[in-house]
Design a protein around this ligand. Structure first.
Ligand SMILES: O=C(O)CCC(=O)C(=O)O
Ligand SMILES: [Fe+2]
Length: 211
């Protein structure tokens, strides 16, 4: 008999009901658990997040020398923790959805990809030894529709998610079986037409915020 490992995400039925929203599960893959979720953000929340982030975007820089890297060619920014009422409301919803206390949440990140920009294959967890308080789960929320390209692709699973405004992909990588975690390798494929905006929430194993 095959054993199914315990997951962080814990919901029965075809939707997740949070305090302020009903979130349908559109598709699901087990082991590693990957969920495609509809209606995580309203269209007006998507637009407002883009507006708030727009003049705070910085080209991705990696490492101590702050060399602009080709690994991730998009721009990004982080909101302050619960920086306004809307961000706070979204963070609360995400924490309910991901079944992890908000105190374990990293700041909400916004990423913007222009045509040709991409995020090469990576793990969201840190792979160096002796990492304390590693990441355990991810929610990538799509803030707009992308005309062509920009899929979130899981190369080891040969699985792609097409960005759709208000929808999200959830995955977790806190399995005892290291191979399952490694299957969550993913990338943001190059945007071919249009632009792509996403909001990413990473959760930590232990408390991360001072709240
Ligand atoms: O842009 C995407 O589709 C993926 C983003 C991502 O992998 C991340 O923010 O960690
Ligand atoms: Fe990622």
């Amino acid at each position: 008999m095959t054993m199914i490992e315990q997951t962080i995400f814990n919901s029965i039925g075809n939707k997740i009901i949070t305090k302020d929203r009903e979130i349908p599960i559109v598709a699901r893959m087990d082991e590693p658990l990957i969920l495609i979720l509809d209606n995580v953000l309203s269209h007006s929340e998507c637009d407002a997040l883009i507006d708030l982030a727009n003049n705070r975007m910085k080209r991705a820089k990696i490492g101590k020398s702050h060399i602009v890297s080709n690994f991730r060619t998009s721009s990004n920014m982080f909101f302050e923790e619960s920086e306004n009422e809307m961000v706070q409301k979204i963070e609360t919803r995400i924490s309910e959805l991901m079944n992890i206390p908000i105190s374990h949440a990293e700041p909400l990140q916004i990423l913007h990809y222009k045509v040709g920009e991409q995020y090469h294959p990576h793990f969201d967890y840190f792979t160096s030894e002796n990492v304390v308080n590693n990441r355990i789960s991810t929610l990538v929320m799509y803030l707009n529709d992308v005309e062509k390209g920009g899929e979130t692709h899981f190369p080891s699973l040969r699985f792609s998610v097409t960005p759709k405004k208000g929808c999200a992909v959830y995955f977790e990588y806190f399995y005892n079986d290291k191979c399952l975690n490694e299957l969550t390798l993913h990338e943001g494929k190059p945007v071919e037409i249009g632009g792509k905006w996403v909001a990413t929430q990473w959760m930590r194993r232990q408390r991360y915020r001072n709240v």
